[in-house]
Design a protein around this ligand. Structure first.
Ligand code: SAH
Ligand code: SF4
Length: 406
């Protein structure tokens, strides 16, 4: 199976949106201000308003003269990701925002509050989206089910962060961590994700330390290699899910383009070049990827690496035949990895009652697919995962999928 590259938003398509102010660097802003006859010091003032004071509207930025505010409002949008809907779960510990963008696309961000624990400070972690939808199509992921709409612009990425930090500020709190684990494949929108990370990391803009930023990928090998070459300073997370190609081909369709050994080799080089531990994420699905054979294959694959494995019970997603692995299966899997010296954390899943798994809320808003499509999808997944579990090579799994599609 070949993976068709997703359509990109054309330059013309991008121009139809008024740009977001938060997507500008200091230099770009200074150039715009100079063209508009403004003194150079205004650039710093505007950026401070965008990133520090960050009120809900440009009108409230009284440090800037009114004519400048009017001129800015004609050329830029103050907020490109205004939250239209917020759902609260876990007794207030998880807040999910559904943001509606200028072209009507919807994306999500999830704010999670973690209390202080022994040796650990209180954390407020925001999970953000990098694309509307996703082209990779992992079958356990609600975003994958939605398909790909478009890449987000830099401002649309960072405005999710500005929204959350404004929201937290009302309670006197600050964002402590940002993870690119919402909708989309960050490494397929890498230029804008890198611009967003630069803005979030820049002490004169958002100023969050690189140690507190994580970018997760399903395994876009050239993207990982590019990050390594740039010496990118943030935590790299790899959505591994399975160590055997035949099963990973089903769980992460991108595996057919970049097989697991290539992904792990790129991650290993990244860890060696940056000296930073790579996080491997494994969504645990009962009876599918949580067997002893899978644990042993993963232990063999990662043994000796500068790595950390996170086991995450699958959040229930409509239209899949699968369930989360039970607690005993998670413990057993973790023990087999730990036996070869790999550090493992078993994560709880957050916000199930508001659909806080990747893309779920947006999927619900997108409406129900036709029952026939759901039945076909379930059947296809059951057949494909059975074939993969038998250890059939990818060609056989493909044939099974093709047969069940008839
Ligand atoms: N596309 C990137 C980043 C966004 S997805 C990637 O796949 O890494 C972020 C994480 O959410 C991934 O690790 C993904 O596997 C996980 N995820 C998706 N659907 C899930 C579900 N139903 N339950 C638990 N985790 C899920
Ligand atoms: Fe895309 Fe990540 Fe969801 Fe897979 S898990 S479909 S790569 S968002």
């Amino acid at each position: 199976m070949s993976i068709v590259p997703p359509p990109r938003l054309s330059e013309e398509g991008i121009r139809q949106f008024t740009p977001g102010l938060s997507g500008l660097t200091l230099d770009a802003l200074a150039a715009w201000l100079a063209e508009h006859g403004q003194p150079a010091y205004r650039a710093r003032q505007v950026l401070d308003a965008v990133w520090r004071a960050n009120p809900a509207t440009l009108d409230e930025v009284t440090t800037l003269p009114r004519p400048l505010r009017v001129a800015l409002a004609e050329s830029f949008r103050w907020d490109t990701a205004g939250a239209t809907e917020v759902a609260i779960a876990d007794g207030g510990r998880t807040e999910k925002a559904l943001h509606r963008l200028a072209d009507g696309a919807t994306i999500e961000s999830v704010l999670m509050h973690f209390p202080a624990g022994p040796g650990r400070r209180e954390r407020h972690t925001l999970c953000i989206s990098s694309e509307a939808g996703c082209a990779v199509g992992c079958p356990f992921c609600a975003t994958g089910e939605l398909g790909f709409s478009r890449d987000l612009l830099t401002a649309e990425i960072v405005d999710q962060v500005r929204w959350a930090s404004r929201h937290l500020a009302t309670d006197g709190l600050r964002l402590t961590n940002i993870v690119f684990m919402g909708m989309g494949e960050p490494l397929m929108n890498l230029d804008r994700v890198l611009e967003a990370v630069a803005a979030l990391n820049d002490p004169s803009r958002f100023g969050l330390g690189a140690r507190h930023i994580t970018v997760s990928t399903s395994g876009v090998v050239p993207g990982i290699r590019r990050l390594t070459a740039l010496g990118a300073q943030f935590t790299l997370a790899i959505s591994l899910h399975a160590a055997r190609d035949s099963l990973r081909d089903v769980l992460v369709p991108l595996n057919r383009r970049w097989p697991v050994a290539e992904v792990v080799a790129a991650a290993r080089d990244h860890a060696a070049a940056t000296g930073r531990r790579v996080s491997y994420e494994v969504v645990m699905i009962a009876g599918i990827n949580d067997t002893d054979a899978d644990a042993d294959a993963m232990a063999e694959l990662l043994r000796g690496d500068l790595a950390h494995v996170n086991l995450i019970p699958m959040n229930p997603v409509a239209h899949t035949p699968w369930q989360a692995s039970p607690a005993e299966a998670l413990e057993r899997f973790a023990a087999r990895l730990r036996a070869v010296g790999l550090p493992v954390t078993i994560r709880g899943n957050r916000g199930q009652d508001v659909g806080a798994a990747c893309g779920q809320l947006a999927a619900e808003r997108a409406g129900e697919p036709a029952p026939a499509a759901v039945a076909w999808r379930r059947k296809r997944l059951e057949q494909a995962s059975l074939a993969a579990l038998r250890g059939d090579p990818s060609e056989v799994v493909d044939a099974v999928v093709a047969r069940s599609a008839r």
